[in-house]
Write a protein that binds this ligand. Sequence first.
Ligand code: FRU
Length: 492
Amino acid sequence: MNKEKEDKLLAKAKQIIEDNREKVAKGYYRLKYHLMAPVGWLNDPNGFIQFDGEYHLCYQFNPVYPADKLLYWGHYKSKDLVSWEELPVALAPSEWYETHGCYSGSAVDNDGTLTFIYTGNVKDEWDNRETYQCLAITEDGVNFQKLGPVIENQPEGYTRHFRDPKVWQKDGSWYMVIGTQTTKLEGRVLLYKSMDLKEWELVGEVAGSNFNNLDDFGYMWECPDLFELDGKDVLLTLPQGLEAQGYLYNNIYQAGYLVGKLNYKTGRMDHGEFRELDRGFDFYAAQTTLDDKGRRIMIAWMGLPEEDQNYAERDQGWIHCMTIPRELRLNAENRLIQNPVEELKQLRRDYLEYRGIEINNQKLELEGISGDVLELIVEFEVGDAEEFGIKLRCSADGKEETIIKYKTEDKILSFDRNKAGLGGGGVRHCLIENDGRLKLHFFIDKSSIEMFVNDGQEVFSARIYPGQDSKRIKFFAQGSKVLINKIQKWKL
Ligand code: FRU
């Protein structure tokens, strides 16, 4: 190990964090209950695991953003998924096999040793890439010792876009899925197997573009995660290069999932159709872990690659955040159901409730229902309304608002952030069957909104940038009336 270089990089990261922490913390857009880097850049969640009773969550971290593009692993841990302790940077790119970044990866408990498996990224002066899948271990959960590459090359037929190992144990063996690209520029996920985490053999192709039932489905698949849930196998993956189709695939890159059965002998997964994990604007690189309560918990990057201009905090010495932790279940139609983990209820303060509110072709504000850091649950009875919804983060002059609207005839729920202040704008839509009720569950935090629809059937995640005085909430119905059975609100 190049201890000297590592110490230097770690010391530099520490210095930058301490020099800028206070300045960054003052910014209005800093979130109150979402994870962010203390300063600088954050992207994918990495190494998410519950180990010795504590959840660890690392993340792709560039302390010097935007000066340079060099990725470290930042590190948090938590006993309850609500309060997180910031730990020293876990991995710094000090070695020959990771000169251009410690890229994404996962964590396992190897018989009592917390172990990371991640991608060492190397680029030469002509921008040619090399990738190495590497191990790092820790005794104390804070300081990591690198063991170097365990997979040094991609198999024949694949390019060096070969990264993001996610590892798990089954029946005494270790398995790894990895995101890849074929030399024909098709995204694929591969399965590897090992007895000791060190010697890996390729099992086969799991899923991908021009494979199984997915034709022309992207030129690269990043960050796979494969796990069992409610008796099925689920593969989370990030296909890059899908064309938008109506309301589908509207973001630069997609985050979605396949459900089926993995054949551990051949590597192949029989699966159904690809579905998006989130219907909003800002969601990527989700990673899951299984905890001691048997829950499959997912955290994602509430952001997207290559669109930095959409994130207004980037001028304030930091950029990006994680989603809240969400518990995953699978329903009878093989759809993932996502709900906030119940520990988040610890954040609730100052409960306020309304019942039986009728809105008749009007806009309505309710005493006490407003804010920029809150949880809000609204249960509509659809009745004969044509179009109704909620406007969040409204300014007094009406110039700023984020509009959630349901059109009952075409059954489309939309999330419109064109007037949500600075940032990206745009509208996202999703079909929600009209069974007479619509339940919207919001987590609002300074510059973000996560909206869970009908108990987690669909989720919309979005960053927004209204002014700090834009805190009003309005309920509306157009052309008819709608009944709100119940409104629940908490400050968080
Ligand atoms: C996904 C990703 C990964 C890579 C990492 C680099 O956002 O591109 O494929 O490992 O980010 O930060």
